[in-house]
Design a protein around this ligand. Structure first.
Ligand code: HEM
Length: 191
């Protein structure tokens, strides 16, 4: 019970991130062109949803003062694993070289490549080892979300809602705005 109380945040993220594998595997076994589109849809959507969610962690902390490193890392892992799965499904259906036939695929490909070092360093040992470089590495996330949104926008799929959420998050992160929100929260606490 004590374990669950301490770890329920990342456990919930892990369960939520794993559940869509059920329709994914079922669709994969059914086969057919329509189902391949469905596989792209499921894996692509969960990649961008988790990516948006993980980028919302810092603005959420600024607004509400709530943060949890393990939850954040679990969300980061979910993002990278779903993106890699999306790419593996593409290779399986179309072949690796097909990646270089369209600009939007190349944008997605670079995003997936940049996600790999983030995935490999999403743990406390790497954090301790890399020190300040860990934070610098995490900044790849901004380029990754830009490339991912570009990929989705060119494909003419749903991208605007994610761009708005991430955009609001970036506005909240602007030092002047962040400082004012933190100050306002502190004043409210003091009253
Ligand atoms: C090598 C990298 C990638 C390749 C080759 C690739 C390929 C594809 C393909 C073939 C589709 C379906 C297009 C269609 O139905 O017309 C698709 C859709 C999509 N991809 Fe990617 N993708 C890549 C990376 C990414 C990344 C990094 C993300 C986001 C984190 C992403 C998010 C999406 C989304 C949200 C869709 C739309 C799904 C839908 O609503 O149907 N993709 N991608």
């Amino acid at each position: 019970m004590a374990f669950f109380k301490k770890n329920y945040g990342w456990l919930i993220v892990s369960v939520l991130a794993t559940l869509p594998l059920i329709p994914l595997v079922k669709t994969g076994f059914d086969g057919g062109k329509e189902n391949i589109d469905m596989l792209y849809h499921i894996s692509g959507e969960f990649s961008i949803r988790w990516m948006t969610a993980v980028l919302t962690c810092t603005p959420f902390f600024i607004l509400f003062g709530v943060t949890n490193l393990f939850v954040r890392q679990a969300m980061g892992i979910a993002t990278a694993v779903w993106s890699l799965l999306h790419f593996i499904l593409f290779i399986w259906a179309e072949g690796f070289l097909e990646t270089f036939t369209q600009f939007n695929y190349v944008a997605g490909f670079v995003a997936v490549l940049l996600l790999i070092p983030l995935l490999l360093t999403s743990n406390r040992i790497s954090m301790r080892f890399l020190k300040t470089n860990w934070k610098k590495l995490q900044r790849f996330a901004y380029l990754i979300i830009f490339l991912s949104l570009l990929h989705i926008a060119i494909l003419d799929k749903t991208w605007l809602i994610y761009a708005i959420i991430v955009g609001i998050g970036f506005i909240i992160r602007i030092p002047f705005i962040k400082h004012n929100i933190l100050q306002w929260r502190q004043n409210r606490k003091a009253v």
